[in-house]
Write a protein of this length. Structure first.
Length: 147
């Protein structure tokens, strides 16, 4: 009596879900439901073909369990490795906050200079405010802050 091995397309190490667009009929989809990536290219594969494939390999149970669904480093999603963005250090956050405050001060100085510009005598004060605003903006853009 022979024992049949059940080989399904979703349990194969080399099968991947095909790229599907929601709302399109199966005839218009860019790829079928399943593709095989064994030879390095995405090739259409059906369940019947996978059942009798001599190169079928089961998905390792430990790999299937340990692959997180999310943006974890090394997670394989859609044949691509997901890289995580590094979090900014506290020093980088402090520098960004300082630059934002300097830009805010520059805007405030320019705004104060504009609001008091009502008489010819206030031109000196307005120009002073604008120069202070330009200095703060220059410091925000070109300043080198030690870590």
């Amino acid at each position: 009596m022979a024992t049949a091995t059940v080989q399904t397309v979703w349990d194969c190490r080399w099968s991947r879900p095909g790229h599907q667009i929601t709302g399109l009929s199966d005839a218009l989809q860019p790829e079928p439901t399943w593709v095989c990536v064994r030879e390095g290219e995405r090739r259409a594969v059906c369940n019947a073909e996978c059942e009798c494939c001599p190169q079928w390999e089961p998905v390792a149970l430990s790999a299937a369990i340990s692959i997180p669904v999310g943006n974890a480093p090394g997670a394989i999603l859609a044949d691509r490795v997901v890289d995580t963005l590094p979090l900014p250090t506290p020093a980088e956050l402090a520098h960004a906050t300082l630059r934002a405050l300097l830009v805010l001060l520059a805007v405030m100085f320019v705004a104060i200079g504009v609001t008091v510009l009502t008489t010819p005598e206030s031109v000196v004060f307005t120009v002073t405010m604008w120069l202070c605003g330009a200095a703060f903006l220059g410091l925000a853009v070109f300043g080198r802050f030690s870590t």
